[in-house]
Design a protein around this ligand. Structure first.
Ligand code: FES
Length: 561
């Protein structure tokens, strides 16, 4: 069933990309995405881009991992599908889009001027986030819970990730989680990673407001969906997330986090009245405390959720996202750091990479002459996501098709099954992993950069604690990507240290569990606050050993013979 919406917008959204020439433009542009159809008023001078026009339109979501800089090639839309007039391809169009797609009418939304466009078809939107939604259950009475009960029958715990937002609804009388909702973070249209969003927030007056409005509107809708029309609406809301996400929710500029010395405007626990953020709840909103610009409340709450502040075992917590956030507990001290891993594992810098969406190739393996792979939701391949990427690279390393320097260099005795998959793309070796989808040499370099940053961060924390990585007794993987990767593949490519499999566990959304625990288990908020104050934060950018370890970790582990 189509849904038609008319938006009157005379000035367009704040420009995200290059401006267009002042040509005659139609008064409205019809934008279709799946069953949704909206009509947007185009600015009279045409001086904006399609992505900018769409930036504030909640019905339409076009991914823009590079933040509209024309660097990722992921924001293609079909322009004037009935032809014939279309804007000339931009240099970014020519770089990222194949000639047949250009001929069909595809253009990158971030470089496409709105002039002369009357109809746009955006690729189907995938709002669902593939996170597991197991509901944690706790028995202990809670202090914050008592407060939450006084504020309403229902309370909400939220984890705002850069990619995914997860929300849990509590019944404060029964103490049970009633429902869980997880969605892709709608700020994704402003950039895939924290730095892109900080950069967007600084690019024009009003952009910070766009980002704040986007996440507040999303939370308001999620809370309403969780409540399912119950009256009265939920009371208390407890929010965890990375430091930048909490700034954007609060409407506070994250600029300080974007450049050295990466100082956030606030890290302390904040309690805000419901009318300040207007999320549709009736009680207070608690923002959990962060530790540093890149070690946020999400890591603090995750560390407490897996008992790193109490469990005597040497524990490594790794949250692999666009930043690799790492915590290590040893001998009563918790050490933390963050590495700029980049969004390779979320698909943004991989030529055919996608996030965890339906159709993403998420598993890959070879058995004899037979390759097998899985896609999310079992749909036809639309690209490769992080877990599939790790499996594929691990398989290429194990069969020595990729050497330890990351070069695609198949030996003479390459297993026959690989032969038809080893091809050239633009004159360079590549691997065709499905249909018309390829892993290129450049993609492998991106994997090396990302894995080296995380592996070096782990080594530095172990060095600070005075231990070898082999001494880690428990390795906890969490985060949207961490939940899904195969630890054998992560170890094979050297992303994680080589540990016995039984020491590696995955915990589904540990940060969200920490927010849940805050509502439900006595003393959790105090534990998180204490950890944020007492953990030892290691700044890697100025660390004497980091660069050396990072360069070493660019190599893949050699094949065991
Ligand atoms: S190329 Fe358009 S958002 Fe990245």
């Amino acid at each position: 069933m189509g849904e038609e919406v008319n938006r009157e917008r005379s000035s367009g959204a704040t420009p995200v990309g290059a401006a267009a020439g002042p040509e005659t433009v139609p008064t409205t542009i019809e934008i279709a995405q799946g069953s949704a159809v909206v009509h947007l008023a185009a600015p009279k001078d045409g001086g904006t881009t399609l992505l900018a026009l769409l930036a504030e339109e909640p019905e339409i979501q076009v991914p823009a991992p590079c933040g509209g800089h024309g660097r990722c090639g992921k924001c293609a839309v079909l322009v004037n599908p009935d032809g014939p007039s279309r804007p000339e391809p931009s240099p970014a169009d020519l770089r990222f889009l194949k000639p047949f797609r250009l001929a069909e009418g595809y253009r990158l939304a971030c470089t496409c001027p709105v002039s002369g466009i009357d109809r746009v078809v955006a690729p189907p939107r995938d709002r669902s986030a593939f996170v597991k939604s197991e509901v944690p259950h706790f028995d202990a009475p809670a202090d914050v819970w008592q407060e939450a009960r006084s504020e309403g029958r229902f309370a909400v715990a939220v984890d705002i990730g850069t990619t995914t937002v997860a929300s849990y609804l509590f019944d404060t009388e029964s103490g049970e989680v009633e429902s869980v909702v997880a969605e892709m973070n709608r700020q994704g249209v402003f950039g895939a990673d924290v730095l892109s969003r900080i950069s967007f927030s600084e690019r024009a007056p009003g952009n910070l407001e766009h980002l704040s409005r986007a996440i507040r509107a999303q939370l308001t809708e999620m809370i309403a969906a969780l409540a399912g029309g119950r009256r009265p609406s939920p009371g208390m809301v407890v929010v965890t997330g990375n430091t930048t996400m909490l700034h954007l929710l609060a409407g506070v500029s994250p600029s300080g986090i974007g450049r050295a010395p990466f100082t956030p405007a606030f890290t302390e626990c904040r309690r805000l009245p419901s009318d300040e953020l207007r999320l549709g709840n009736r009680g207070s909103v608690i923002l959990l405390p962060s530790q540093a610009g890149y070690v946020g409340a999400d890591i603090m709450s995750a560390a407490v959720a897996v008992d790193m502040d109490r469990d005597p075992r040497t524990t490594l917590l790794v949250d692999i996202g666009t930043n690799g956030e790492i915590a290590l507990s040893h001998g009563g001290t918790v050490y933390t750091c963050a590495t700029a891993a980049g969004p390779a594992f979320e698909g943004a810098t991989i030529s055919s990479g996608v996030g965890g969406v339906a159709g993403a190739l998420s598993r890959w393996s070879r058995s004899g002459d037979v390759f097998s792979f899985d896609t999310i939701a079992g749909l036809p391949v639309v690209g490769i996501c992080g877990s599939g990427l790790l499996d594929l690279v691990a398989s290429l390393l194990s069969d020595e098709i990729v050497d330890e320097t990351g070069r695609i260099d198949p030996p003479r005795d390459t297993p026959a099954a690989w032969q038809p998959l080893l091809v050239e793309v633009d004159g360079a070796p590549a691997v065709r992993y499905a249909g018309g989808y390829y892993l290129t040499q450049k993609d492998l370099r991106e994997v090396q950069l990302a894995k080296a940053a995380i592996a070096a961060g782990i080594e530095i924390l172990c060095a600070e604690a005075g231990i070898e990585t082999a001494s880690i007794e428990r390795l906890v993987l969490t985060g949207g990507f961490g939940n899904h990767l195969r630890s054998e593949s992560a170890v094979r490519i050297g992303l994680l240290p080589s540990l016995p499999p039984d020491r590696i566990v995955t915990v589904d959304n540990a940060a969200g569990r920490g927010a849940v625990l805050t509502l439900r288990a006595s003393g959790t908020l105090d534990r998180i606050k204490k950890l944020a104050l007492q953990a030892r934060y290691i700044e890697l950018s100025g660390h004497a050993l980091f660069q050396e370890r990072y360069v070493e970790q660019m190599f893949f582990p050699e094949v065991d013979s």
